[in-house]
Design a protein around this ligand. Structure first.
Ligand code: FAD
Length: 384
């Protein structure tokens, strides 16, 4: 059979990428794997793993060196995300920090904002989050109620956010606010808020079904006063900025989904070869072989589609509907594949100590966040 498809099939993939991958693997083996179970218990990773990631040169790799980043291409980000996914290590919110928040600042920030924040983010002195969702508005972002009211050279922010990744650790948060309640989508602005600003507070670290080592929080804003210069891009352009940056976020979910599926396949193949029932390895039952054959095929198709999406993105051609296809289809498939793999593990597949159980719990949210899969179908449907 042909070797499994991989990111390394892409023409842009070089020896340097392979070297970077081996650095990521060393980092995960030394700094993530030994601690992940403890982080799951505490509901948040140690801040020190962020500093270690910075020391290994793994944060903001796709940000230019003049802003303290790694100056590398998007493939390096993809490798980092893929390796974390393959280990089923969803704790550290590096993906959100390096490949979601940093691009917002790079693409839409003022020179001053870029100089101030990106180098600190690369050094892990500043951990970041992006807060769009509210208790009353998730998919329907135009329905947010957090307001930013102009007062001279400042905005005064009042409101509440929920489900915010890195919420407990974040030092800097991009907050989606209504700056003009009457203007619909055109009334939304993105504003940088430092966690040290008076009036900002963190709520509960929410207890989740999966991704237990990653902090997800409520955030509160009560008369939080920030200078007008903290607006990202122009006032009233927040919704438009979100639309330009969301395709990469959705592609990153696709990369995670495929990394998890490939790992799930491999661990299940090994497990069914070792585990015996009725005097022979599980893998020798026709049903096991058929299920594994299906999974192998599906993962191969998924990888081929994902590589096409990554290649398009590298050329600057990943459009909004294709990114939506990538996100919904790969995350749906991931859930199906992981469920099959749990079944082939029997009772052990339901035990938390088995990575396949973590993969099962973690995968569920991929169909919900970064735009729910129903919204993805809406986006594709509208483009037809
Ligand atoms: C672990 C986790 C981490 C998260 N991290 C962040 C973060 O860092 N920052 C952030 O801002 N948000 C974050 N979110 C929030 C996430 O983006 C939202 O949960 C998601 O967008 C869905 O919004 P909602 O929960 O309000 O559900 P709702 O919008 O209430 O949707 C409920 C259901 O209705 C469906 N639905 C809604 N509208 C339509 C429609 N027009 N047509 C058909 N069906 C529809 C949805 O698909 C869904 O099935 C996170 C969520 C989780 C669970």
């Amino acid at each position: 059979m042909a070797a499994a498809a991989a990111l390394s099939d892409l023409p842009d993939y070089t020896d340097e990428h392979e070297l970077f991958r081996s650095t990521v693997r060393k980092f995960i083996a030394a700094e993530v794997a030994p601690h992940h179970a403890r982080w799951e218990e505490q509901g948040v990773v140690d801040r020190s793993v962020w500093q270690k990631a910075a020391e290994y040169g793994l944060l903001l790799t796709n940000i230019p060196t003049e802003y303290g980043g790694g100056g590398a291409d998007f493939l390096t980000s993809a490798i980092m995300v893929e390796e974390m996914a393959r280990g089923i290590f969803s704790g550290p919110g590096f993906r959100l920090h390096s490949d979601i928040v940093a691009p917002y600042i790079l693409h839409h920030g003022s020179e001053e904002q870029k100089q101030k924040w990106l180098p600190r983010m690369a050094r892990a002195e500043t951990i970041t989050a992006i807060a769009m969702t509210e208790p009353g508005a998730g998919s329907d972002l135009q329905g947010i109620r957090t307001t930013a009211v102009r007062d001279g050279d400042h905005f005064i922010i009042n409101g509440q956010k929920t489900f915010i990744t890195n919420g407990q650790l974040a030092d800097l948060i991009i907050v989606a606010c209504k700056t003009d309640a009457a203007a619909g989508a055109k009334g939304i602005s993105l504003i940088l808020v430092e966690a040290s600003t008076p009036g900002f507070s963190r709520g509960r670290n929410l207890e989740k079904v999966g991704m237990k080592a990653q902090d997800t929080s409520e955030l509160f804003f009560q008369d939080v006063r920030v200078p007008v210069s903290n607006v990202l891009g122009q006032e009233g352009r927040g919704f438009a900025l979100l639309m330009t940056e969301l395709p990469q976020e959705r592609l990153l979910v696709g990369i995670t989904a495929v990394g998890v599926m490939e790992a799930a396949y491999e661990m299940t193949l090994n497990y069914t070869r070792e585990r015996k029932a009725f005097g022979k390895p599980l893998a020798d039952f026709q049903n096991s072989r058929f299920r594994l054959a299906e999974v192998k095929t599906e993962v191969h198709v998924a990888r081929t589609f994902l590589n096409d999406c990554v290649a398009r993105h590298m050329r600057g051609e990943l459009d909004v509907p294709t990114a939506a296809m990538c996100k919904w289809w790969l995350s749906e498939l991931e859930n199906r594949v992981v469920d099959t793999c749990v079944q082939l593990h029997g009772g052990y597949g339901y035990m938390w100590e088995y990575p396949i159980a973590r993969a099962f719990a973690d995968a569920r949210v991929h169909r919900i966040y970064a735009g729910s899969n129903e919204i993805m179908r809406e986006i594709i449907g509208r483009s037809l």
